[in-house]
Design a protein around this ligand. Structure first.
Ligand code: HEC
Ligand code: HEC
Length: 248
């Protein structure tokens, strides 16, 4: 019996030496409260991975999929870790300085957290901004490809906004450069492929065709937009259409 207990103690001892645990005395804390415990860290770190849609390795030195005991969580070698520290300080300041007195009732109001801005991505960029960056760097085909790929991966979540207006906002940004009108039109046509019943796509095309002197293109698209717009909300477009058709 004595021997058995001894054996158990040894086994438990070796196990706990091997198993990784969230440190109750972390070694390199400069942004979180210095009193942070292992349990706090666990909650906070999983908040970061979820909030930014990343793995621990985005900020920490270690092999993806490896045991945590083989990670070097103390190291500051990854630049994202220090960027995260700046963010931790910024979020604290927003909450304690700007939002603390926002409501007279101290219990009212909301707090900003990583998710508020990042909503599941490492850089809190809107879908139209991201696509515009791709358009500027790599052109229309890459932009369309990226939209389709992101839609495949993220549709239905809140990481990117895939509603009917997004591609139209992108098209407007592209159209600010008048030499890029054909790309802007292609983006509106992509929106029509995705949302064939969204009237604003057709009014976009109609007004651009009108500006470019393409009367028939404008007429066709106003007609489609009117078809899709119930009641008096289509009156403005009907007037435009009548004007175009009467040649004025
Ligand atoms: C967005 C970046 C980011 C992600 C993702 C992240 N961490 Fe961290 N982690 C930090 C920062 C920043 C610190 C240091 C906080 C400070 O200085 O106050 C830290 C500290 C730690 C520490 C304390 C290390 C020490 O002893 O000083 C541990 C342990 C840790 N993280 C584990 C994890 C684990 C496990 C994951 C994945 C589930 C993870 N972290 C994901 C940014 C991140
Ligand atoms: C008020 C909005 C906001 C909040 C809240 C916020 N961030 Fe950020 N974060 C940003 C913006 C904007 C950028 C991009 C800055 C840039 O690249 O110009 C960014 C960038 C980052 C980056 C760098 C990404 C990269 O690889 O370039 C990290 C890491 C990061 N944030 C972590 C966090 C963490 C962790 C939290 C929560 C503690 C947080 N952020 C909360 C707005 C926010």
């Amino acid at each position: 019996m004595k021997q058995f207990v001894f054996f158990l103690l040894i086994t438990a001892g070796t196990l706990s030496a091997q198993q990784w645990q969230w440190p109750d005395k972390p070694k390199n804390i400069t942004a979180l409260p210095s009193s942070v415990t292992g349990r706090d860290l666990q909650r906070v770190m999983f908040g970061y991975t979820g909030g930014l849609g990343v793995k621990c390795t985005y900020c920490h030195v270690g092999e993806e999929g490896a045991d945590f005991k083989d990670f070097d969580f103390v190291s500051d070698a990854k630049p994202a870790k220090n960027k995260a520290r700046m963010m931790i300080k910024m979020v604290k300041e927003i909450n304690t300085k700007y939002l603390a007195d926002f409501h007279d009732d101290k219990n009212a109001g909301i707090q900003v957290n990583c998710q508020t801005c990042h909503s599941g991505k490492p850089t809190p960029i809107t879908l139209e901004e991201k696509l515009k960056q791709t358009f500027d760097a790599a052109g229309l085909d890459s932009t369309v490809k990226q939209y389709r790929a992101l839609r495949e991966q993220f549709y239905g979540g809140n990481t990117y906004n895939f509603k009917e207006g997004t591609l139209l906002r992108l098209a407007d940004k592209i159209a600010e450069d008048s030499t890029k009108m054909s790309a802007a039109i292609a983006v509106v046509n992509l929106n029509i492929e995705m949302y064939p019943a969204f009237a604003f796509s057709y009014t976009h095309l109609a007004s651009w065709y009108e500006d470019a002197g393409n009367k028939q293109g404008a007429i066709d698209n106003y007609k489609k937009a009117i078809e899709l717009t119930p009641g008096s909300r289509g009156d403005q477009m009907k007037k435009r259409l009548e004007k175009l058709q009467s040649g004025k």
